[in-house]
Design a protein around this ligand. Structure first.
Ligand SMILES: [Fe+2]
Ligand SMILES: [Fe+2]
Length: 381
């Protein structure tokens, strides 16, 4: 490139960067502003449990009885989420550890505290004991109870043995304030390793490379769908259901495994219920979708943001900007979900370094006609 052109482009970049830094600083110091937002958002949501600190517990599986609750009996509340931390051992990568700690501090600063915190999977990078135990230790610092979900990076080294020892079974459900919650293991794969004689680490690394053609696609699988069917059979159709899954329970982009192979079958099982909302990890980006009555929300990662898939996005997704490659925590974050009286949710994305974004229940129920989320106003790089 012509050096003059390069200089000009660099000046433009610095000017833009200064502009948005000034905007950020004008509301107070950036960090203060971020914390203020988290606090104000929680207050504005009017969470009932006033500042009560709940002792930490990784929740054991609860076998729930059918709830008789109707949507009109929902007691609004908030839960928080943290997802996709991809921890290496501290000696290899301290940054991802610090970023998970930052999310834990964000959630612990919420006042009042959320009813619980969903951890969205991919706690570890390669499922190694040092990674999973480190994550377990950091998540213990959360004041609110934690509901764990498993990701493929946690699973494929030992096929979930240590994860289950630390956190319990990957499929479980519970009732909370009139809602039915289901945590569904959605990252099973067909056996591609036995015939090839692969080692556990080779299997793990293949799965971790999302576009590695040797692995199979994620699926809930026959056993998981049977479990889901049995669980849903106990829940009245009028009780709002929220499902936590790691992969999106729809087909977004096959080559990166942003995908669940048996998504249609899972959606058919869920579709009998009047209100179903799916909260998923894995895609590391702002992502919104709707299939029939089912609403889908993606979670942010604390480790890195994935780019949007090249073959198009779900129509209702209002894109986040391309993160600044010079800022290691840009495009990352955590967030909260406000459960409304209807049993649907308003999704709050707490994007670090950028303005927060709310994807409301109304935006989804109106199929994108009303309450369109405000775009991220900071420029892309
Ligand atoms: Fe991930
Ligand atoms: Fe993942």
């Amino acid at each position: 490139m012509n050096p003059l052109k390069w200089i000009k482009r660099r000046e433009e970049y610095l000017r833009e960067r200064k502009l948005w830094m000034d905007e950020l600083m004008s509301a107070g110091r950036a960090e203060e502003g971020r914390r203020k937002f988290m606090k104000m958002a929680a207050q504005a949501l009017g969470v009932a449990a006033a500042g009560k600190i709940v002792p930490h517990a990784f929740q054991p599986v609860e076998v729930v009885q059918a709830s008789k609750t109707q949507a009109s009996m929902i007691e609004p509340f908030t839960f928080a989420y943290i997802s996709d931390s991809h921890l290496y051992e501290k000696t290899l990568n301290e940054r991802f550890v610090r970023q998970l700690e930052r999310a834990v501090a964000d959630v612990n600063a919420l006042d009042p505290q959320p009813d619980f915190v969903l951890y969205g999977g991919d706690l570890a990078q390669l499922g190694q004991p040092g990674e999973l135990r480190l994550g377990h230790q950091i998540l213990k610092e959360l004041k609110a109870p934690v509901r764990m979900m498993v990701g493929e990076h946690d699973w494929f080294l030992d096929m979930g043995d240590l994860w289950k020892e630390l956190f319990g079974p990957p499929n479980y459900s519970f009732d909370h304030k009139g809602m039915h919650f289901i945590t569904l293991m959605s990252v099973n794969e067909k056996d591609f390793w036995t015939d090839k004689g692969l080692t556990p680490m080779q299997r793990m690394q293949i799965v971790a490379g999302l576009d590695d053609g040797r692995q199979s696609r994620f699926e809930v699988g026959d056993e998981g769908r049977e479990w889901l069917k049995r669980d849903l059979a106990r829940v009245p159709r009028t009780t709002p259901v929220v499902v936590f899954s790691h992969s999106p329970l729809y087909k977004y982009y096959r080559d990166w495994n942003f995908w669940t192979e048996d998504a249609e079958q899972v959606q058919a099982l869920l579709g009998d219920h009047e209100s179903v909302t799916v909260i998923h990890g894995h895609t590391h980006q702002v992502l919104t979708h709707r299939v029939g009555k089912i609403h889908f929300h993606g979670m942010l990662s604390t480790a890195w943001p994935w780019p949007y898939a090249p073959e198009g996005l779900p129509r209702l997704t209002v894109q986040m900007n391309r993160p600044d490659p010079f800022n290691q925590t840009d495009g990352l974050g955590d967030g909260t979900l406000r459960v409304k009286k209807t049993g649907r949710v308003d999704k709050h994305y707490n994007l670090w370094n950028r303005n927060p974004m709310i994807v409301s229940e109304r935006y989804l129920t109106s199929n994108g006609a009303e309450d369109v989320p405000a775009k991220i106003t900071l420029p892309s790089y």
